[in-house]
Design a protein around this ligand. Structure first.
Ligand code: PMP
Length: 288
């Protein structure tokens, strides 16, 4: 792989020259938040949505905002440009910084600046993914994460474990279940389709408020589709006509099997296909 240019605390550097402190609270305590913005046609998809959620995550954790929003957009665009990204993503992480020691108490923001890291990932073929044509298979796992999943923190150990449980079972991903209801996928929001109704869990502290979710539900409503924001069970998913997931990097991805049971025909359905098409078309038009 060619050497990327990445961004660390005000500097654009070759990736092998970028460093952060061993005392960084992101490293020691997962005290950090992140965003992933996809890039299509060399442009950022829904940057404003990601910037807004980032601000909310920082606020919920009492973390100072390190840079004005136009600066973050400039950095995103510059990394896309210098790394020649046409299809891919920009990863952004902000941590509470490196106070020079390990302590549970938050450092004084006047003396400890946040750490800001951004890098790109090149993903040619992101749109034309084979998985979107054949659909993915999921299994259910208990949702063992903390109770503030609405904050996009870098504590991703349990979602990683869920992904590994899925891989070990020979499937693509896991849907997490709490109190008998699906919360979300390891790194995506979960949906089922009953007839012409799209059902996805309501917002709350139990799930991440997906930027793709917000856009897809808006487009669905604009296209006169019925949307129900409520929780659903694995049995409902197995009996549904269709299922799918959304995320910034998967867009709309059909789910064709849940816990070994085919959903609908066992092939991607028309609602997910239509939503993927609308989402890609509309978000590319609005890309910056
Ligand atoms: N839920 C979780 C747990 C996630 O990690 C993600 C992706 N970061 C999503 C949902 C989807 O969010 P978005 O559409 O903003 O990528």
């Amino acid at each position: 792989m060619t050497m990327r240019t990445v961004y660390v605390n005000g500097n654009y550097l070759p990736e092998n020259e970028a460093t952060i402190s061993i005392f960084d609270r992101g490293f020691l305590m997962a005290d950090g938040v992140y965003e992933v913005t996809s890039v299509l046609d060399g442009k950022l998809i829904d940057f404003a949505g990601h910037a807004k959620r980032l601000e909310r995550s920082l606020k919920e954790l009492d973390m100072p905002h390190p840079a004005e929003l136009p600066d973050l957009l400039v950095i995103h665009r510059e990394l896309v440009r210098v790394n020649g990204i046409v299809e891919g993503l920009v990863y952004l992480q902000i941590t509470r910084g490196a106070p020079g020691d390990r302590d549970f108490a938050f450092p004084d923001p006047e003396t400890t600046a946040p750490t800001v890291v951004l890098f790109t990932q090149n993903k040619p073929g992101l749109i034309d993914s084979p998985a979107a044509r054949i659909g993915i298979k999921v299994i259910s796992v208990d949702d063992l994460r903390w109770a503030r999943r609405d904050i996009k923190t870098v504590q991703l150990l349990y979602p990683s474990m869920g992904k590994m449980i899925a891989k070990a079972a020979g499937v693509d991903d896991a849907w997490m279940v709490e109190d008998g209801h699906v919360t979300e996928g390891t790194s995506n929001n979960a949906y089922i389709v009953q007839g012409s109704t799209i059902i996805t869990r309501h917002l709350g502290n139990e799930i991440l408020h997906g930027i793709t979710r917000a856009a897809v539900l808006r487009f669905a409503r604009e296209a006169q589709m019925t949307v129900e924001e409520r929780s659903f069970t694995i049995a409902e998913a197995q009996a549904a006509d269709e299922a799918f997931i959304t995320s910034a990097s998967a867009f709309v991805m059909p789910v064709v099997e849940v816990d070994g049971q085919a959903v609908g025909t066992g092939s991607p359905g028309p609602v997910a296909a239509r939503l993927r098409e609308i989402y890609l078309e509309e978000s590319r038009k609005a890309a910056v």
